[in-house]
Design a protein around this ligand. Structure first.
Ligand code: EPU
Length: 342
């Protein structure tokens, strides 16, 4: 486990990013222990190379070959801690596949992450953007993140508060490159009420009535069915999930927009409203659009697709056209959600 990591040269990243963008890493290494990680970081420093941490590659847009060291996190491990009658903590290595971890937790009868089924990527990438779906966010169960702090060169434990979670946001985005996530701890419960209020999920279970109380695994299965209906499988239609964040606007702007555009979709929060970006994009006529390389998914306008050999620039050019249209039509700026690697 703790041997020197093997550094490879000129590694093709096409299959390692869910948008399927053709890019190469000048150097590439898999790390599965803190010692290996430290060795890889020192090697990069010695050779004056920039570095990129790669998880499942499901939230990245490569715009060119990466002229540095790509470090892929392969930290494994699933462990139950503090087990009691009412719940337990699940400790997960950063390299664990997120969806498998959800099935593992929900399958053992624990509640808390079942709504986050089928989100692609690794567990270590999940805190980065505080993954969320169907009324639940990672922050709702996260207890702590263990990470290598590259500034202090020491392994630290960040509490949920330290992570500064917000909608698709965290300290890991703000201090990009400082923390390398090693492990994530989640507080799961046997008794917490299931979260079934999100429109589409509520509809799904009223269309599929269930005798007795649902189990968390059954909820995960419902979420999987809904996602499969609307969201493209990256294996068939390469994509990075929602390409834009849902914009958050003031109540005043919301009132103005809804009087001018009846039908606009928004979710009120504390003094603000989160607009459905998919609706704005759809109304501008982009849903199902495609050119010979890239396009917009025909069942969810928030998802951009790499149909055939599209580059990062092709994807970004399409994103810019969509942003311009939405800005011109609604006066609302759409922010790109995945990380653009330059
Ligand atoms: N809508 C349209 N046209 C479309 C799609 C949706 O008009 O093509 C409208 C519908 O009225 C719908 C509303 O937009 O009610 C919202 O759509 P949806 O419920 O599909 O959710 P979303 O806001 O588009 C967000 C997340 C998804 C997550 C779903 C479900 C963001 C950026 N996206 O999408 O997350 O799965 O809610 O909770 O917050 C991801 O981050 O990669 C992702 C897929």
């Amino acid at each position: 486990m703790n041997h020197q990591p093997v550094i490879k040269e000129q590694v093709d990243l096409t299959a390692l990013n869910s948008l399927g963008i053709a890019a190469r890493a000048r150097y590439f290494v898999d790390v599965a222990s803190v010692d290996q990680l430290r060795a890889a970081l020192s090697w990069a420093q010695e050779h004056k190379l920039k570095r990129l941490l790669l998880g499942g590659g499901s939230n990245l847009v490569f715009t060119r070959d990466f002229d540095g060291l790509v470090i892929r996190s392969a930290f494994a491990g699933r462990q139950w801690e503090d087990v009691s009658a009412s719940g337990a903590t699940l400790a997960l290595g950063a390299g664990e596949n997120w969806h498998s971890a959800v099935l593992y937790g929900a399958g053992a009868g624990y509640r808390g992450i079942e709504n986050l089924a089928l989100i692609p990527g690794t567990t270590g990438a999940a805190p980065m953007q505080n993954i969320g779906a169907y009324g639940v966010e990672l922050k709702d169960t996260l207890v702590s993140v263990t990470a290598l702090d590259c500034v202090k060169d020491k392994v630290v434990i960040l509490s949920s508060d330290d992570c500064q979670f917000a909608y698709r946001d965290s300290i890991f985005k703000h201090q990009l490159g400082r923390y390398i996530i090693l492990e994530v701890r989640l507080a799961l419960s046997r008794t917490r009420p299931l979260s079934l209020g999100y429109g589409e999920l509520a509809e799904y279970f009223s269309d599929h009535p269930h005798p007795g109380e649902l189990t968390p695994l059954e909820v995960a299965e419902g979420v999987m069915a809904i996602r499969r209906r609307k969201l493209p499988d990256p294996g068939q239609l390469p994509n990075a999930g929602s390409f834009f964040k849902n914009p958050v606007v003031s109540m005043t702007l919301w009132e103005e927009l809804s009087s001018r555009h009846p039908g606009i979709v928004g979710y009120p929060g504390k003094g603000v409203v989160k607009l459905a970006a998919a609706w704005l994009i759809d109304q501008c006529g982009w849903k199902g659009y495609r050119n010979d390389r890239v396009g917009v998914h025909n069942r969810q306008a928030l998802v951009l697709i790499n149909h055939s050999g599209g580059s990062g620039e092709d994807i970004l050019a399409l994103a810019r056209r969509i942003q311009n249209d939405v800005l011109r039509t609604y006066g609302v700026a759409l922010e790109i959600e995945p990380r653009i690697v330059t």
